[in-house]
Design a protein around this ligand. Sequence first.
Ligand code: ZN
Length: 212
Amino acid sequence: MDEPATDGAGRRPLRVVHERGAVDLTAAEAAARAFLLALGVSLDSESLRATPARMARAYGEMFSPRPFELTTFPNDEGYDELVLARSIPVQSVCEHHLLPFTGVAHVGYLPGGRILGLSKLARVVEMFARRPQVQERLTQQVAGWLQDQLAPRGVGVVIEAEHLCMTLRGVRAVGASTVTSALQGVLRTDPGSRAEFFALAGPRFRQETSAR
Ligand code: ZN
């Protein structure tokens, strides 16, 4: 991939484009109405009349990440320790049941030649979360994308989330959380770096149990 041009301040803006079709709210509303009627939900009452339109808008929003510019800066200080953003909110929708899953992501990287505005780590999570997803793929996509775009020495991502399809239906495992992780570069290959990352970014239950 060609390197984007650097602006006068040495930043390298990259307009993030994601692949998705256009949202057709009219068609989505008609489909939501048919879906609810097929499930025996009457839409006659005043409070339910606009529900198909609200459903269409809600899912349209959940499937539409906000575009952003990934701005990177030269790592002039030569900072070579882990940069970690903890507890970034994750809001996504499982692609198997179209029910939400929510939780937190811990995203870290070992800088190479460039560093990233910290808020951008949350935007990268959002970019991949706002679409029908599975947690395993979401975790890998965030790590892989950062590795490709930022070319750091390593990337680590841990996501802990609760899936409504597990708590509301099926096994009804209320309170169960799913933890996934993805490592790239040095964080994958070097046992010391890997251990340091998991000590700082490990799932919450570790801190809860170790605090006892
Ligand atoms: Zn599901």
